[in-house]
Design a protein around this ligand. Structure first.
Ligand code: DGL
Length: 276
């Protein structure tokens, strides 16, 4: 029985094809978790460099852009499932994207439920983009799962830029990170916060720097592992198409890239980087 299950998951990871989508390199933090759980899965990565940052776009703008864009990508790439590896896109337009696509879509939303469960002091923070922390979707998650907690919301576009720059080879200035996260801990009870939700897929890419910048020890949690588990169980119940026999590719919409960024994609399993 065990052997059969193991064989099934090996076969699954050999055949499945996932389209991972984000505004930039943030989705790579989800790719790491997907590959950890399903080492031979085939992934096509798409970064919407042209429209980043999503965090300063309105819900209306994201609803206008994303369903059609994802529809075009799915037609071209033909994946088994889509992982929308972006909290801002997921909290703004997940229903509309699902409606537009014929394949299952897994959205990435802030890990508020596990954070509330993990917090001993019942005092947590949600660090996302300015867009995400304002969305009704997040209000609902707080209401459904964190009623017993005090929740501080903090939005930052600067951290998205710092994560992009880091993966393009730039030095990260810890002072800038300190400045961005200071409001979380500035309140009278700021010292009580014991869990911070990384509610943007770019932010786990800055985890070491965030730990260094925080004024006291906190647990940092994100949705990456849960998304990988969800993807695996969804794929198990699908009849999979044969994965392409071409190298795994990162498709970059518009924008520019450099050698370091290409190397980063390569390190994450994307042999080719193509600017669309
Ligand atoms: N990585 C994205 C997220 O999880 C957003 C970054 C951006 O603002 O473009 O929200």
């Amino acid at each position: 029985m065990l052997a059969k299950n193991k064989l099934n998951s090996v076969l699954l990871t050999l055949m499945a094809h996932i389209l991972v989508f984000d505004s930039g390199v943030g989705g790579l933090s989800v790719v790491v978790e997907l590959r950890a759980l399903m080492p031979s899965v085939y992934i096509t990565y798409v970064a919407d460099d042209e429209f980043r940052p999503y965090g300063d776009k309105s819900e209306t703008q994201l609803k206008a852009r994303l369903p059609g864009l994802l529809q075009t990508l799915v037609l071209a790439v033909d994946p088994d499932i889509v992982v929308l590896a972006c909290n801002t896109a997921s909290t703004s337009a997940l229903a509309e994207i699902r409606e537009a696509l014929k394949v299952p879509v897994i959205g990435v939303v802030p890990a508020i439920k596990p954070a509330a469960q993990l917090s001993r002091n019942k005092h947590i923070a949600v660090l996302g983009t300015p867009g995400t922390v304002q969305r009704k979707y997040v209000g609902k998650l707080m209401n459904d799962f964190a009623k017993d907690c005090r929740v501080v919301l903090q939005g930052s576009n600067v951290l998205v830029g710092l994560a992009e720059n880091k993966l393009a080879g730039d030095h990260v200035d810890i002072a800038k990170i300190k400045f961005e996260i200071a409001p979380i801990f500035a309140g009278a009870d700021g010292a009580n916060i014991d869990v911070v939700v990384l509610a943007c897929t770019h932010f786990p890419l800055l985890l070491d720097e965030l730990k260094e910048a925080a004024p006291h020890f906190v647990k940092w949690i994100d949705s990456g592992t849960a998304i990988a588990t969800r993807a695996q169980s969804l794929l198990k119940n699908l009849s999979l198409k044969p994965a392409p026999d071409t190298p795994q590719t990162a498709l970059l919409i518009g924008g520019q890239t450099n050698q370091t960024r290409r190397q980063v994609f390569k390190k994450h399993g994307f042999e080719k980087t193509v600017i669309l």
